[in-house]
Ligand binder design. Structure first.
Ligand code: SAM
Length: 249
């Protein structure tokens, strides 16, 4: 998969050289390129923002540097891929976007090429979204209902969530199947040695080696945990039943 990230803080993306994502890059599974938006500003101060029309606090990112940077990414990427007509799916992180979920991570993991546009200040001139939408698929995605200073942290999270779904990135592909949000439930609690720690014992069922009983216990834990922490993920009847069971304990 090819990934391009445009930011005014390219150094912010340095963690993508670490751990499993860094290894995936070195193994050639991920071809990641980070671009400095300021390279596409033409004044002495490399300005990429200006005051908002209509007044108000803060600055807005100018359309010109963004369209040039995106054009550059498209030209460079299409040539590297050897497909002159190829375009990336452009992901623009923003608190006003569609919530980024495991389902969306899966959809993005199916794409051969993603480009990320990291906003700063009060965001990017709205016309850039229209302009880009006429040239490539554009997805505005939110990491959650809170406001970050810039899109870089959101891109780190999104790239990690997407990349770990690519074949070969995670050593044990089975671990992906059992995880929270894969089938709508949260994961069951996990334990490791010692069997007793701080006076707290690992649940007996996990020590017995009865795989059927372990699977049943884990499934029950998943439903209860989801009902307690994220009832919004369950159908209403299942959420109510899970909570009733918790209350009865
Ligand atoms: N004025 C914008 C608003 O109220 O929607 C917020 C701008 S925020 C200070 C600057 C940048 O941070 C955004 O352009 C976006 O790239 C990023 N950002 C902030 N919160 C985010 C979130 N919850 N998810 C994804 N990106 C976010």
């Amino acid at each position: 998969m090819r990934l391009d990230v445009i930011s005014i803080f390219p150094e912010y993306l340095a963690p993508l050289d670490l751990s499993l994502i860094g290894k995936a890059r070195r193994d050639g599974l991920l071809d990641l390129h980070v671009h400095d938006l300021r390279d596409f500003a033409h004044d002495r101060h490399r300005t990429v923002d200006d005051s908002p029309y209509g007044g108000g606090a803060g600055m807005v990112m100018k359309a010109g540097p963004w369209s040039e940077a995106i054009d550059h990414v498209v030209t460079q990427g299409a040539s590297a891929l050897g497909e002159p007509a190829a375009v990336p799916t452009l992901v623009v992180p923003g608190p006003g976007g569609e919530p980024f979920t495991q389902q969306i991570a899966r959809e993005l993991a199916d794409e051969p090429w993603l480009a990320f546009a990291c906003g700063r200040y009060e965001g990017i001139d709205e016309r850039v979204y229209e302009w880009a939408g006429e040239r490539m698929p554009v997805r505005v995605l939110s990491l959650g209902d809170y406001v970050l200073n810039g899109g870089e942290v959101a891109v780190l999270a999104m790239v990690e969530a997407v990349a770990r779904l690519l074949p070969g990135v995670i050593g044990n592909a089975e671990s992906l199947v059992e995880e929270s949000h894969e089938d709508g439930l949260l994961e069951y609690p996990v334990y490791t040695k010692p069997a007793e720690w701080d006076g707290r014992a690992v649940p007996e069922v996990l020590l017995g080696g009865n795989h059927r009983a372990i699977a049943a216990w884990r499934q029950e834990q998943r439903v209860q945990r989801t009902a307690a922490r994220r009832p919004d993920l369950l159908p209403p009847a299942a959420a109510a039943a899970g909570l009733r069971e918790l209350e009865e304990r």
